[in-house]
Design a protein around this ligand. Structure first.
Ligand code: MTE
Ligand code: MO
Length: 387
C-alpha cells in the first residue's frame, strides 16, 4: 500500500513537472480571473433582471424607458457570456495541473477550497454551455432552461465568492505586476505568458465581434456566428416561432376573428375592421428576444390602455392576455400595470407600414416598450382585465 502511494505520488509529480510552463503562472491566473470575475457579475446582474421581468416577485419594478432597456441588458448578457467562454477555458487550462497535485486533500480547509472550486467550475461550464445552446433555440434537455440557468447562477456567485475569499492573499499579491518580474528575462517555453493572454483576448474579441451583431445594429455586418441575422425573415424581421410551428394558421386567418375583451361583467369583441377604424398610434420599438437577437420596427396599432377603457377598465390594470395558439409556453401572458398604462404599448396591427405577416402575429399582437421578446404575445385571442 505504501509503495503504491509512493508510486502514485511520483507519477503525479512527474506529470506536474512536465506540465509546468510559464503560461501557468499565478500572475496569469489572476489576470484571467480579473476579466472573468466582472464578466460573471455582469451576466449575473443582467440575468437576474431578465428573470424577474419574466417571473415577477412582489418587489419587481418594471422599466418601460428607455424603450431599449431590455435590448441593452439582454444583448450585454449574451455577448459577455459568449466572451467568457474562451476566458474560462483559458483559465482552466492554466490551472489544471493543480488538480493533479499530491496529496489531493491536505486538511479540512483544503478540502473545502477544492470542493468550492469543483462546484464553481462544473456549474460555470454547464451554465455557459446551456446558455450558448439556448441562443441557437435548441433545448435538447428535459429540464426547464430558465429555472436551471437561474439556480446555477446563484451557485456560481456563491462558490465564486468563496473562491475569491480563499484566494485573496494570492490575488492581492499578484494583482499588479511586481517590479522584480517586470524586468525579468522572458520565460522560455512554447508560449510566453503575454502571447497566451493576447491569443485568448483576441479569441474573445473575435467571438464578440462575429456574434454581437445579432443584438447591436452597428455590429450587424460582422455577424457570422450568431443564429439570427438582422433584416432576415418575413417583413425583414427574424421570427422566433412561426405560425405553422404554433399551429395557429387556420385560427389566425379566420375572417370571423375578433379580439375579446372583458372586465368584470363587461364583455366586448372587436373585429379587425373595427380595430383598424379606431385611432391608431405608431411607435418605433424593438423586439428583444431572451436569446440575444433584437431588432427595431415601426409598429402601428391601438394603445392597449384605450382598448380596455372601452369596457371601463382603468389604465393601470393588470391584464391576462391569451393567444390563439392551442398550446405552447407563451400562450398566456400577464401584463403588469406599468406596461398597460404606457401609451406606447400597442395591440399592433401593422409592422413597418404593412399588415402584420402571419408569422409576426396576424391579425394582432402585443408590442410593449422594454419587455422581453417572449412576452410580446402574437396571434391575440383575448384580453382579460384582472384588476
Ligand atoms: N403566441 C406566441 N407569441 C410569441 C411567441 C410564441 O411562441 N407564441 N414567441 C415570442 C418570442 S420568444 C419572441 S422573441 C417574439 C418574436 O417575435 P417575432 O417572431 O415577430 O419576431 O415573439 C413572442 N411572441
Ligand atoms: Mo424570444
Amino acid at each position: 500500500m505504501d509503495r503504491m502511494t509512493r508510486f502514485l505520488q511520483s507519477r503525479m509529480e512527474g506529470v506536474s513537472a512536465r506540465l509546468h510552463s510559464p503560461v501557468r503562472s499565478t500572475r496569469l491566473v489572476v489576470v484571467l480571473g480579473r476579466l472573468l470575475g466582472p464578466a460573471f457579475l455582469i451576466c449575473f446582474g443582467t440575468g437576474i433582471f431578465s428573470h424577474y421581468l419574466q417571473e415577477p416577485g412582489d418587489a419587481t419594478f418594471f422599466l418601460t424607458r428607455p424603450v431599449w432597456i431590455y435590448q441593452l441588458t439582454q444583448g450585454i448578457h449574451i455577448t459577455v457570456g459568449i466572451a467568457a467562454i474562451p476566458l474560462l477555458l483559458a483559465k482552466l487550462w492554466t490551472v489544471y495541473p493543480e488538480l493533479l497535485k499530491w496529496p489531493p486533500i491536505k486538511n479540512v480547509w483544503h478540502a473545502l477550497e477544492r470542493a468550492s472550486i469543483a462546484l464553481f467550475v462544473s456549474a460555470s461550464l454547464i451554465e455557459l454551455t446551456i446558455g450558448l445552446i439556448n441562443t441557437y433555440k435548441w433545448y435538447p434537455w428535459p429540464f426547464p432552461f430558465r429555472q436551471t440557468h437561474y439556480w446555477l447562477a446563484w451557485i456560481i456567485v456563491g462558490s465564486l465568492a468563496l473562491h475569491i475569499a480563499v484566494k485573496l492573499p494570492l490575488i492581492v499579491e499578484h494583482w499588479r505586476k511586481r517590479p522584480e518580474h517586470a524586468g525579468a528575462p522572458r520565460p522560455a517555453g512554447r508560449w510566453s505568458r503575454r502571447g497566451f493572454l493576447a491569443a485568448v483576448g483576441l479569441g474573445s474579441v473575435a467571438l464578440v465581434v462575429t456574434t454581437a451583431g445579432q443584438s447591436f445594429a452597428w455590429l450587424a455586418p460582422f455577424n457570422i456566428f450568431a443564429p439570427r441575422k438582422m433584416g432576415t425573415g418575413p417583413q425583414s424581421i427574424p421570427v422566433n416561432r412561426t405560425a405553422s410551428e404554433a399551429r395557429v394558421e387556420k385560427l389566425a386567418a379566420d375572417p370571423l376573428w375578433a379580439l375579446h375583451i372583458n372586465f368584470r361583467d363587461q364583455l366586448a369583441a372587436y373585429t379587425l375592421e373595427q380595430l383598424k377604424a379606431m385611432p391608431l398610434s405608431e411607435h418605433n420599438l424593438p423586439i428583444a428576444c431572451v436569446e440575444g437577437w433584437s431588432q427595431y420596427a415601426n409598429w402601428r396599432g391601438v394603445p392597449i390602455r384605450n382598448l380596455i377603457a372601452l369596457v371601463g377598465a382603468p389604465a393601470d390594470s393588470l391584464l391576462k392576455i391569451t393567444s390563439l395558439e392551442p398550446d405552447g409556453g407563451y400562450r398566456i401572458m400577464t401584463m403588469p400595470a406599468a406596461y398597460t398604462e404606457d401609451e406606447q404599448t400597442l395591440v399592433a396591427l401593422q409592422l413597418n407600414g404593412e399588415t402584420l405577416d402571419m408569422d409576426h402575429g396576424y391579425p394582432a399582437r402585443i408590442i410593449a416598450p422594454g419587455r422581453p421578446g417572449v412576452l410580446q404575445t402574437k396571434w391575440l385571442k383575448s384580453v382579460e382585465v384582472l384588476g
